[in-house]
Design a protein around this ligand. Structure first.
Ligand SMILES: [Zn+2]
Ligand SMILES: [Zn+2]
Length: 388
């Protein structure tokens, strides 16, 4: 990959290389062996890495594999970002396992990194979080905040090549700066937190309201953090995976139910507790019906998990008790900005969720292991690190 991380352009770097070679030859201060190691001096001086195809994790059947693919070719208005970290998202895990990906597709949409080929207001070396969702800002979907449905702009890692790769080309207006001194890795947490903040908005809770988070995958765990940011009252989380239930308590849940031992319905019956809102993040069969059962009058259930279930809705209660059922998917750009702001200010304990960092070579295996997470909570791919 031939990119400079300093302010001089790639062309400048090439000039510098030629200039140094010519200069050293002229003065005779280095022998041939030292000339051969000049490449490493150039990298040190200019930040350039060795040119060549980049490494990426590509979809192959129901699994993924490490491959070498061409460097991204940015079109005008796009920057190239050197990926520091990309979260392994449950939607990627499920899409692969269910054979819903295309051969050779590069997934990965939760990422942060450094600008190596600037465009717009950005400079080489800027540390950024990347909003993967494109938005034209003019269509009806964009006007409603449904940016992920904008047909005019692709979504990175979904309909455009993603960040399980060393480098990604992305429109410059999808970058959000991280404050000086913060690690680029933090950018990987903004996308799932933005999904959760949007879901909490759709629940329209008031401060102090009791809320149930049904399912403690990445989005459920981020929802707990988003509820704390929104001033929710008692937050009860319900899930199966032991590692993730422990994480739920760590990031702010007051009570955590093991749904293998106690159903949500049974918990509500025993305690008499009802909720102002339920964020259904599990996609477990029957979870939506159970969620509606534990709502208080006027309560809202937000379905956040993608599921094919056709659920029955108790229309009598819906009418008589003024219940609401909302769907929430992704987020508009301003919610992504808000998520970056919370992370940059240290208001959301996102790093508490990290259980492993893996190289690109180890990413295909991690995507398989996450099908049955056990103690695993959140795994970050580090595409420009060789091993851990
Ligand atoms: Zn995701
Ligand atoms: Zn649009």
């Amino acid at each position: 990959m031939s990119h400079s991380v300093r302010d001089c352009s790639c062309t400048c770097s090439e000039f510098l290389e030629e200039y140094l070679v010519a200069g050293f030859h002229a003065t005779g201060i280095v022998d041939k062996k030292e000339i051969r190691s000049l490449g490493s001096i150039i990298i040190f001086l200019t930040g350039r890495a060795e040119p060549g195809p980049m490494k990426a994790v590509v979809c192959a059947g129901r699994e993924a594999e490490l491959a070498e693919i061409p460097d991204p070719a940015p079109v005008p208005g796009e920057v190239v970002v050197e990926v520091d970290a990309c979260g392994l998202c449950g939607s990627d895990v499920h899409a692969l396992a269910e054979g819903k990906t295309a051969e050779g597709q590069v997934l990965g949409h939760e990422f942060g990194g450094r600008v190596v080929e600037p465009a717009g207001p950005w400079r080489a070396g800027d540390v950024v979080a990347v909003n993967p969702l494109g938005s034209c800002g003019r269509c009806r979907e964009c006007a409603k905040g449904l940016h992920f449905r904008c047909a005019a702009k692709p979504n990175v890692g979904i309909t455009a090549p993603g960040a399980y790769a060393q480098y990604v080309a992305v429109p410059h207006d999808q970058l959000v700066a991280l404050p000086d001194g913060l690690p680029a890795e933090l950018g990987a947490h903004a996308e799932p937190l933005a999904v959760a903040i949007n879901a909490v908005r759709r629940a329209a809770i008031d401060p102090g309201d009791p809320v149930l988070v049904y399912g403690v995958g990445s989005i459920g765990l981020n929802a707990i953090m988003a509820l704390r940011l929104a001033g929710a009252g008692v937050v009860v989380a319900a899930g199966r995976s032991p590692g993730r239930r422990a994480a739920a308590a760590k990031v702010g849940a007051d009570e955590v139910l093991d749904t293998r031992e106690l159903t949500v319905a049974e918990y509500a019956r025993r305690t008499g507790r009802r909720f102002a809102a339920v964020l259904e993040c599990s996609a477990a069969p029957g979870a939506i019906a159970e969620s509606l059962d534990v709502l208080e009058p006027g309560g809202t259930c937000v379905e956040v998990a993608l599921t094919d279930e056709i659920a029955g809705v108790p229309l009598g209660r819906l009418v008589a008790e003024g219940l609401q059922v909302n769907g929430s998917c992704a987020f508009p750009a301003e919610v992504y900005d808000e998520a970056v702001g919370h992370i940059a200010a240290g208001r959301a304990p996102v790093t508490d969720l990290i259980s492993e960092r893996v190289s690109l070579a180890a990413t295909p295996d991690a995507l398989v292991r996450l099908r049955a997470p056990g103690e695993l909570v959140r795994v970050l791919a580090k595409p420009n690190e060789r091993e851990f």
